[in-house]
Write a protein that binds this ligand. Structure first.
Ligand SMILES: [Zn+2]
Length: 214
């Protein structure tokens, strides 16, 4: 049987001093010298990086500068599908980050901010209904090879439950469809300055929204 080698704490074999090369970020962290080390160290050590579109320096957590983010947001919004609102389905205002459950809520938000319906960036919502029960709910307890067949009494209860909750809405989620509203009331603000920016109305209250991360 081979005797295990013994290395004493103070022997030259226990350790040796080496010089290593690697990237150190401006905050003193060491990232080694492998393929991505320089890139990772530079990102860790910088505060700003170049906007991918125009090259302007922007805070490093963003890939685009505030101006380009606002433009990209506007382009994305303009490209979305549009549908006429039925005045009943709840809406979600992207611009004001709030749900609107009826016509009164919509017109109040327009009045409070002296803006048009389109300025709300209103998205049509879809309902989140109660999920129906099926045999998967008891998957762990059912015998193997039963093909999901439930005992008659349980199946009858499941059928009754599913029928009872068929149209129960638990909550609403915005779709990617922008609501249009041909009958939307005009506000005094939009009537007074309809031609600004080629028909668009620019409102100071929206400046903060332009800072959304892209
Ligand atoms: Zn830019």
């Amino acid at each position: 049987m081979k005797t295990p080698k013994i290395i004493a704490f103070d022997s030259p074999e226990s350790a040796r001093l080496v010089t290593v090369t690697g990237w150190v970020s401006s905050d003193g962290r060491f990232f080694g010298n492998d393929a991505q080390a320089e890139e990772i160290a530079r990102y860790a050590g910088c505060t700003h990086q170049s906007c991918r579109k125009c090259g302007a320096l922007t805070e490093k957590m963003y890939t685009h500068c505030p101006e380009c983010r606002a433009k990209l947001d506007a382009e994305r919004y303009a490209a979305k599908k549009r549908e006429e609102w039925d005045c009943e389905t709840p809406l979600y205002s992207e611009r004001f980050d709030t749900y609107l459950f009826d016509v009164d809520a919509v017109t109040c938000l327009m009045d409070d901010n002296e803006c048009s319906f389109d300025d709300l960036e209103p998205m049509i919502c879809e309902p989140n209904k109660v999920r129906e029960l099926d045999s998967d709910h008891w998957y762990d307890d059912l015998p193997e090879n039963c093909d999901g067949e439930l005992p008659d009494k349980l199946q009858a209860a499941v059928d009754a439950f599913n029928a009872a909750v068929k149209d129960v809405v638990l909550s609403w989620t915005p779709t990617n469809i922008v609501a249009t509203w041909a009958g939307a009331p005009k506000t005094s603000e939009t009537e007074a300055a309809p031609a600004q920016g080629g028909g668009e109305v620019t409102l100071p209250a929206f400046d903060a929204i332009a800072d959304r991360q892209t």
